[in-house]
Design a protein. Sequence first.
Length: 184
Amino acid sequence: MFPHLFLLGLRRNSYTQYLIALAIVDTGAILCETLIAFDELHQYRNPDKRTLIQHTILCKLYYYIRFVFYSMSSWVLVALAIERLVAVRFPLWSKYICNVINARRILFLILLFTLIIQSYHLIMKGLDCSPSSKSTTSKQNCRCKTLVVYAEIDVKLTIYFWRLTLMTLLPLTIIITANILIMN
């Protein structure tokens, strides 16, 4: 009964649409980190040091989904800050702008944006099965990571463009600006 009342009550407010989306993407991000921890534990305990992910498509999808969750989390927070700004600064317009339908549209656009911007992971990530000098077994150890040929461009895209700009500086600037405008 509680989940039924919980979901029905939350769907009437646009703000809660963002909170539900944030809960989903943050849970997904935590699950991705848990999978990494299990993989590292598996490698530590396994004598041949094999990863759990032993297929290129699964490796690519894992990184893609992981970074989509991270990116969505930042931009949903931006949407929450902007909705608060609209509600405080433009109270007469807020009932027309801040509704459930617009919140779902905005969340869809954020999802579409992150799916497109993170698609480079589908090309640059994969299984690296190069022989390891630490390996004492004759089996080939494969690791799910950035492929060597894309290492330099992946650093530029992932660290500088995505993490620094699109996940940190731009959302932070928008959120701080929205909060300053709310306080004035």
